[in-house]
Design a protein around this ligand. Structure first.
Ligand code: IMP
Length: 420
């Protein structure tokens, strides 16, 4: 059986924890989009990890971890994660890398800085857009090139040549050399070389053999390059539609499509955010919820749950289950607000606008629900405070999708699994 974990908001929904909880039972975990911009917080047997690239399967013996074709891979980051996890687990992780996944090279980060994208869009400074742009412009370097070193060097040389012409004053680019980059890349890639292959075939075989395959998404639907709040988005397809393309399998049979959303909303970086909270409450949610970026350490902007955005995210993902996370962070909040519609130019609308400037002009229409007093424990929804149970039931009724997982803390045991 196959399961997909998909972010429904602007990333940081807690996908890392949910994937780690479910990866225990999986034979294969496939990360299908993005690169080192992602930050997944995982607590494995009491030790906290902040991973960016390595799929959650790496924590479990016998589980294959696949980095699929739709990803962009920074080998320096991946190698660091492999070394950290290898020192923690007994069995070395089994890593498969799609030969058609692109590599983020040191010059991608430099170009991102030169273009000022971090300032303008609030990017993660991980060279993501320049890598995906090189892919689209057919001047990228792919994981499969690592198996043909002279071809790899020629590709890098060709691109470096172009970049020197585009940025003649950049000392960093001027100082880069294809031969050095080739040596650096091959050294970093050494433990992964054997696992570079046609990952699409490997995934197809696993699905055909009835293995438990878990697809791990990164970022969230509202950051999707096509269906998110463009241009304040990332550069990959973060939704279920992007999954099939990334793994090279049309309409993969994924019966559980779990959309992950927080009990409230956060966003890092620039861009419209209709339900953003007033400063004092945002500050307290940020502190209690530890809402600081795993990749950049930036404070996350905090806001109320937005059902207009969630309906859009559920629809474009075909999500048939919801994992609701960080419910405990709302402990003690007297009244909980949830946005059920927007007002745009005086009219109430239920549709999520696809352009950032239009979304920016939307005012939220709120419903207010009673909060609850602190303290959450137990394995069943019924163990939670009554108002929290009602909040969960209200969300599923409004969205028409069952909440099958409720997470009320970072530890794996702070999770409620509900049968459909
Ligand atoms: P980029 O992906 O670094 O190009 O950044 C583009 C936008 O996506 C910025 O607003 C980032 O903050 C946001 N972003 C990228 N990855 C993540 C993530 O994993 N969580 C939250 N926001 C992200």
């Amino acid at each position: 059986m196959a399961t997909a974990i998909l972010g429904l908001q602007w990333g940081d929904e807690g996908k890392g924890k949910i994937t780690h909880v479910l990866a225990k039972e999986a034979d294969m975990v496939v990360r299908f989009n993005g690169g080192a911009n992602a930050g997944h917080t995982v607590i494995d047997r009491g030790v906290k990890f902040g991973t960016h690239l390595i799929p959650a399967g790496a924590f479990f013996p016998g589980t294959v971890s696949v980095l699929a074709g739709g990803m962009v891979i920074d080998l320096a980051v991946l190698r660091e994660e492999l070394d950290q996890i290898s020192a923690h687990v007994k069995t070395p992780p089994q890593i498969v890398i799609a030969e058609n996944a692109h590599l983020t090279l040191p010059y991608h980060r430099v170009v991102e800085e030169l273009e000022g994208a971090a300032k303008h869009f609030g990017t993660t400074r991980r060279g993501i857009a320049p890598t995906y742009r090189d892919r689209a412009a057919k001047v990228g370097v792919r994981a499969g090139d690592l198996l043909r070193p002279s071809h790899l060097e020629a590709q890098v040389e060709r691109r470096l040549d172009q970049l020197r012409g585009l940025w003649p004053k950049s000392e960093e680019i001027g100082g880069m050399n294809a031969g050095d980059l080739r040596r650096e890349l091959l050294e970093l890639a050494e433990p992964f070389l054997e696992g570079i292959c046609d990952a699409s075939e490997a995934i197809e075989r696993a699905l055909a053999d009835g293995m438990e395959v878990l697809f791990e998404g990164a970022q969230g639907a509202l950051l999707d390059v096509d269906h998110g709040t463009y241009p304040y988005v990332t550069s990959s397809s973060t939704t279920f539609a992007g999954l099939g393309n990334s793994i090279g399998i049309p309409s993969p049979d994924v019966s559980r499509r779990i959309g992950v959303m927080k009990a409230y909303t956060t966003r890092v970086g620039e861009g419209p955010f209709p339900t953003e909270m007033a400063d004092d409450l945002a500050e307290s949610i940020r502190t209690i919820g530890g809402e600081f970026g795993v990749t950049t350490g930036r404070p996350r902007r905090c806001g109320w749950l937005d059902l207009v955005a969630m309906r859009h995210a559920i629809r474009i993902n075909g999500a048939n289950e919801i994992a609701l996370t960080k419910l405990d962070v709302l402990d003690g909040v007297e009244e909980i607000r949830v946005c059920r519609a927007y007002v745009l130019d005086g009219d109430e609308i239920a549709r999520f606008p696809l352009s950032a400037d239009v979304l920016d002009a939307c005012e939220p229409v709120y419903e207010t629900l009673p909060g609850w007093e602190g303290g959450m424990e137990g394995a069943r929804l019924e163990d939670l405070p009554q108002e929290a149970i009602e909040y969960v039931r209200w969300i599923e009724a409004e969205l028409g999708v069952p909440v099958t997982i409720v997470s009320y803390g970072p530890k794996p045991e702070e999770t409620i699994h509900r049968a459909l």
